[in-house]
Design a protein around this ligand. Structure first.
Ligand SMILES: Cc1ncc(COP(=O)(O)O)c(C=O)c1O
Length: 431
């Protein structure tokens, strides 16, 4: 992706905004105000997405219907509560490249990960190892460790982390495949975050699934940083399961409802082990209140409880925007906007920072919108300056800034102002 010298100016950034085909979606979001009377420079969509304006209306509607109908709202609300989660199904299916029978909105992310692990981590004889990322998000590590312990195994024996080469934070595809092959018939499960939360690296889904399956293992992904950020084809890639949250890139609000994908072949497998609850039971007979579980032949079989309607309402508000824009247009803008950020950072601050996230590639999707920047000198000083200017992004010790220009609401002008502030702060430092 190339930019020209005049794009280093405010007018150049504004010109890029004018060319942007999806610039109007910014109007769909509430942008937090800043103390200087403008808006915050918000680059933390990888942590908590901004509020779609319609979230208020949709939650308000449910409050009104609760007021009007009480329990009858399950049937008579404008969006009846009994099937409310199903209103999200077509959007989730499009979002992750799945059949509608393969996705469900339910619970929260780590809960969904555990539910998936119950089904897909079944250690047997020497096949007991789980391959996870290096720099695993702590909750994911706790989840796989505790699943190993639940099966009477020592995590130190069975949980294996990808090994990057010396001095690297990312792991090449060849090295991932080689490590899968090395584990061979000891490998029970590959479970990777995608993108990695600390490096922003997107791992090649289809190649990893193929390699894992060749060894007889199951392959699942935690898409906390993937859903709403990457273009996904989970069904065609033959992924066994995936889980994601919706409060980051999907803008459903704090603690928002999560999603799960289970490949059709598993939904139809009557013998698969899973934890069960009444919301996963055959809908025709659910309210006969019988004692035996009859699993739905869909991803909903994994759902346990009737879901929180207010959270689903705010998620609906956001998913309408995704439905309208589509992941192709979103990724197109995302790639260009993130590349603009990268270009400005590198050109303006040579030697002072390093971009840890892989460079954009036309051949393969190896990153989303977040880039992770290693600040080589005085990262704390830079952080203070950013805070003073009301820039919202985040920092991971000891030296990583995570910055996400979210294509639905960030502009080239936002990126211009952010990179000016960073440049001013780093100016005068020695590489
Ligand atoms: C990669 C990853 N895994 C797991 C989690 C935990 O999510 P939750 O608190 O929704 O279970 C997060 C949250 O930021 C995450 O980024």
């Amino acid at each position: 992706m190339s930019f020209q010298t005049h794009h280093h100016s405010l007018a150049g950034a504004q010109a890029l905004d004018q060319e942007c085909k999806i610039r109007s979606t910014r109007e769909d979001f509430s942008l937090p105000p800043s103390h200087n009377g403008k808006n915050q420079l918000y680059f933390a969509g990888h942590s908590l997405g901004l509020m779609p304006k319609k979230a208020r209306t949709y939650i308000e509607e449910e409050l009104q219907d609760w007021e009007r109908f009480g329990v009858e709202g399950h049937f008579h609300a404008r969006h009846p509560w009994l099937p409310y989660h199903e209103f999200l199904t077509p959007s989730f299916a499009k979002l992750v490249g799945a059949k509608e029978t393969e996705v469900v909105a339910m619970n929260t992310l780590t809960v969904n990960l555990h539910l998936a692990l119950v089904s897909f981590y079944q250690p047997n004889g020497k096949r007991r190892k789980i391959l996870i990322e290096n720099n695993t998000f702590p909750s994911d590590k706790y989840a796989v460790d505790s699943q190993a312990q639940f099966h009477g195994l020592d995590p130190a024996d069975v949980v294996v982390q990808l090994k990057p080469r010396a001095g690297q934070m990312t792991v090449s595809t060849e090295d991932i495949i080689a490590q899968i092959e090395e584990l061979g018939d000891e490998l029970a499960l590959v479970m990777l975050g995608n993108c990695n939360y600390l490096s922003g690296q997107c791992f090649p889904f289809a190649k990893i699934v193929e390699a894992g399956h060749r060894q007889g293992a199951k392959v699942g992904f935690n898409l906390a940083h993937g859903a709403g950020n990457l273009k996904l084809e989970l069904h065609d890639w033959n992924v066994d399961f995936a889980v994601w949250c919706s409060y980051k890139y999907l803008n459903s609000g704090p603690g928002g409802l999560a999603g799960s994908f289970f490949h059709e072949k598993h939904c139809l497998d009557k013998n698969l082990k899973r934890f069960a609850g009444w919301w996963g039971h055959n809908k025709q007979t659910r309210f006969q209140m019988g004692p035996h579980f009859d699993a739905l032949p869909t991803a909903e079989a994994w759902s346990l409880s009737n879901p929180p309607i207010f959270q689903l309402a705010s998620l609906r508000a956001s998913m309408e925007i995704f439905d309208r824009v589509g992941m192709t247009a979103l990724r197109e803008k995302g790639d260009r906007l993130t590349s603009y950020l990268e270009w400005r950072l590198l050109e303006k601050n040579p030697g002072l920072i390093e971009i840890v996230t892989p460079a954009w590639s036309a051949q393969s999707q190896n990153r989303g919108s977040m880039i992770c920047v290693k600040v080589k000198t005085k990262p704390q000083h830079l952080l203070e300056q950013l805070k003073e200017k009301d820039v919202i992004l985040d920092f991971r010790e000891p030296d990583i800034l995570r910055i996400t220009p979210a294509p639905l609401y960030n502009t080239y002008e936002d990126v211009f102002h952010l990179t000016e502030i960073i440049h001013e702060s780093l100016k005068g430092q020695k590489a």
